[in-house]
Design a binder for this molecule. Structure first.
Ligand code: CTP
Ligand code: CA
Length: 225
């Protein structure tokens, strides 16, 4: 666990966490989704409560028990997640965007179930861009001194990709995971590098998601005014 894990160093602080994965509906029975379980975001919520923080958890389509002591705001789509995050951000000393937010949603929603038509090819699904919540809250800070962290799953050149994404998003910290077997999606353990906008690089060895969460809170606590 991180250095601050045994201390109540977040007492008096309010933290906002997003977790899970958004779903973008196509029709009343179908959606485009992703594999995020929400486990890392829930570990962040539990560890923040343990360190004394008041916690708001915006949870997108998770199937996990509510972390004791956290306020849970359920959402489904990226646009609902954006509304919930923007509503809670002004009261938050720190925001951690652990949710997998869909970059795109279907351009049209069919109010009735899409049916097969005998002898016809299916209609293509057109996609439109969703808002980038992390970039938006980072560019337009709801509170002076607010510390904002994001998560990124990368393949290929993980560090270079992470550095570029950190700069593009404008957040203070970016937790970069290398995507691979046994790692990240649905797993209990995680390995990551936390990049800071100040140029810092903090490697986090393969271990429980709680340990990564505590390291994130250590880095955030050190940056809070
Ligand atoms: N994020 C967000 N809103 C989006 C997409 C992503 O707030 N519409 C946040 C995620 O919660 C995460 C961070 O941005 O904390 C990085 O997400 P990622 O998908 O890695 O970044 P993208 O900019 O979408 O890059 P890519 O094209 O690699 O998916
Ligand atoms: Ca994305």
């Amino acid at each position: 666990r991180g250095a601050g894990a045994t201390a109540r160093d977040l007492a008096g602080r309010h933290v906002l966490i997003s977790a899970g994965g958004t779903r973008e509906p196509l029709d009343p029975v179908r959606f485009l989704g992703n594999r995020s379980s929400g486990k890392q975001g829930y570990a962040l919520a539990r560890t923040a409560v343990a360190r004394g923080a008041r916690v708001t958890l915006v949870a997108a389509n998770t199937a996990l028990p509510d972390p004791a002591g956290a306020r849970v705001v359920p959402v489904s789509t990226a646009r609902e997640l954006r509304e919930a995050v923007l509503a809670a951000a002004p009261a938050a000393d720190a925001v951690v965007m652990a949710a997998a937010v869909a970059d795109f949603r279907p351009g049209a929603y069919a109010a009735s179930k899409i049916k097969k038509v005998e002898g016809e090819e299916p209609a293509p699904i057109t996609l439109v861009r969703n808002p980038d919540v992390l970039a938006e809250i980072s560019a337009d800070r709801a509170r002076p001194g607010q510390v904002i962290a994001g998560f990124a799953a990368e393949t290929d050149d993980v560090l270079a990709g992470g550095r570029a994404k950190l700069a593009r998003k404008g957040c203070d910290l970016l937790v970069v995971n290398e995507v691979g077997e046994r790692k990240t999606f649905g797993a209990e353990e995680n390995e990551a590098v936390v990049l800071g906008a100040d140029g810092s690089t903090t490697p986090v060895p393969f271990g429980p998601k709680e340990a990564l969460a505590d390291t994130v809170w250590d880095l955030i606590a050190a940056r809070l005014p």
